[in-house]
Design a protein around this ligand. Sequence first.
Ligand SMILES: [Ca+2]
Length: 297
Amino acid sequence: MKRRIISVLICAVLVLNCASTGYAQTASNEHPAVSYTEDDFSAGRILIKKDDTQDIEQLKDEYSLAAAQPIDTSSLTGQDGSQELYLATVEDKQDAAEICRRLNADSSVIFAEPDYTAQISEVSLPDEVLQSSSAYSNFNRYFSSLGVADAWQAADTMGSEEVCVAVLDTGLNISHPDIDDNLKYDENGNCGYNVVSDNYDISDKNGHGSNVAGIIAMEADNQGFVGIAPKVKIMPIKVSESSDGSMYISDVIKGINYAVEHGADIINMSLGSQAFSESELQALQSASQHSGLGAAA
Ligand SMILES: [Ca+2]
């Protein structure tokens, strides 16, 4: 079932992005084709995957890259660096598209693409549902339309606390009384991680991540509301620092890697982008190969 979920996700990503505009940059037979427009480089950020014949410092010099930081995908690939993914920045953003084109023509570069931005998806459950008693009946209708209670009866379970769902989003209000008992803590007592700032500050400036986590796992405690799987544990992984919920694909990839590394069973990504990212696809494909791991969008 989990394999099917991620297959559907990947197909959806491919189908949705067939409609995206831009010019195609087709690499050699061994290299995936990537496409982009100059507008995709507004931040001057390029994701580069190179082979092991090339040193990143040489690439920096040859293509006048201002910086090139490795993106940790070791938990996804099982490799320790022979084919590493790097986030590069250029000094003049105007040059980024041309540099990316030249990188894709370099035989030592597997592919190069913009570090696309993505955006959180709209949530069907608005804030007022969580805050207004008058909205409680609306919530019940929403819940009923999904057939959640019937699913619990049919499966004879409301989920298992052995199942950990990583929520890649804007963070989480971990003190909310309707979810604070359904959080995954690591051996050091930390809940989740902020891959953008590389720390444990997962405060939710936007609210989207808290809503999504709540829809999944609000507690069945006869108070407030209840999630679709109120027994599972949530691992909040903050991939967006922005109050408007925007994010970079490089941070989404870091989040996927973190989720795999820390044993998440399911990765929830309620986000989307107008562009197709080869880096993101490869990260999801690698994640799907890990036993017991699925993803949903
Ligand atoms: Ca509750």
